[in-house]
Design a protein around this ligand. Structure first.
Ligand code: NAD
Length: 328
């Protein structure tokens, strides 16, 4: 199979491309090195891809280009059996500051990709959506039919993307499936997220900083689980046209998370607090029942296990990763 991974130099797309290469698929990565955080992390990911491809004797191509550019997108979609769309401007706060740019990338970029895909005979487009589509919890854990009332421009772009995908399925018969990821973490994770931040600060004997009172809760998902869901969907057409939550169902408060990291790395440090950041969701908690029943999805780790693994990875990769985290 030939898989196109958009945003494949990024955190999640990087892991997806790596896994698909390991599974023996040919992979094209499209990424424009959007300057959201240190480019060095993405360059490192591309090196990993090249090594895995060379070991497995599979074809790997990296195309530096923009999902908003119709010609580039048509060219890379043309060869693909499945398109796995991760390219986006992630991050809620960025979307508050730059709503126009985030909409351009996340909505126009997606439409561009769907347009190109409908012209070819790709088997399926799998799109990265987000728990941010839910916004205000009426009931928790979120089931997929919970109302979507995003509280950030980012969440709005992700709901729009989901509707676009559904409309392309209904109007043009293009198989699509949207995966609502719940805060993903793991090796090579984006530096501007709570877990990498807490780990980096504690290892450097700086107090972890919580924005708000720490009572907000998150459902943290280990990146391997996101990979497994996407891997299944390369060949499984049972949920075409639908959305699925991909989370851990093991939600904890940011206070507890900071304590888990602090207690393991620097128990003497006092946690510090700064004012809450606007447009952050108060609580996220995934029901993964639908994903379990349809594609056999099962989260593999508790947050404590996953954070422990991330810390081990961080310490082993500290020399190259930490300067990039701290410069982002
Ligand atoms: P990331 O920023 O690490 O990866 C996104 C990649 O897309 C980057 O490498 C970036 O350079 C690329 N990109 C951005 N704009 C582009 C454009 N116009 N053309 C081509 N490439 C472009 O983010 P991530 O955490 O890996 O997120 C991947 C996807 O998962 C995104 O769609 C994000 O919205 C979604 N998501 C992530 C999380 C999470 O917790 N990480 C949670 C929910 C949803």
């Amino acid at each position: 199979m030939h898989v196109l991974v958009t945003g494949g130099a990024g955190f999640i797309g990087g892991h997806l491309a790596e896994a698909f290469l390991e599974d023996g698929h040919d992979v094209t990565v499209l990424d424009n090195f959007e300057p959201f955080y240190a480019e060095g992390i993405k360059r490192h990911t591309l090196e990993v891809h090249r090594e895995v491809a060379a070991d497995g004797d599979v074809e790997y191509r990296f195309v530096e280009g923009d999902v908003r550019d119709p010609e580039t997108v048509r060219e890379v979609v043309d060869d693909a059996d499945v398109v796995v769309h991760q390219a986006a401007q992630a991050g809620v706060r960025e979307s508050v500051d730059n709503p126009q740019r985030v909409t351009d990338i996340n909505v126009d970029g997606t439409v561009n990709l769907l347009e190109a895909s409908k012209e070819t005979d790709v088997d399926r487009v799998i799109l990265a959506s987000s728990s941010s589509v839910y916004g205000k919890p009426r009931s928790l854990p979120y089931e997929e039919d919970h109302p979507t009332e995003p509280v950030s421009p980012y969440g709005v772009t992700k709901v729009t993307q989901e509707h676009m995908a559904r409309v392309y399925t209904e109007l043009h018969g293009l198989p699509t499936v949207c995966l609502r990821y719940f805060t993903v973490y793991g090796p090579r994770m984006r530096p501007n997220m709570a877990i990498s931040n807490f780990v980096s600060r504690c290892l450097n004997e700086e107090p972890p900083v919580i924005y708000g009172d720490g009572e907000q809760t998150r459902d943290f998902t280990y990146v391997d689980d996101v990979v497994d869901a996407n891997r299944t969907l390369l060949t499984d057409d049972s949920v075409d046209g639908e959305v699925l939550n991909i989370g851990s169902s093991d939600n904890i408060s940011i206070q507890e998370l900071a304590e888990v990291v602090r207690d393991q790395l620097a128990p003497e440090l006092e946690i510090e607090y700064e004012s809450a950041r606007e447009a952050d969701a108060e609580h996220t908690h995934a029901s993964v029942e639908k994903a379990n029943e349809t594609i056999g999805y099962e989260p593999s780790r508790t947050i404590t296990e996953g954070v422990g693994e991330f810390i081990e990875w961080y310490e082993a990769n500290r020399e190259w990763y930490e300067p990039l985290v701290r410069s982002s």
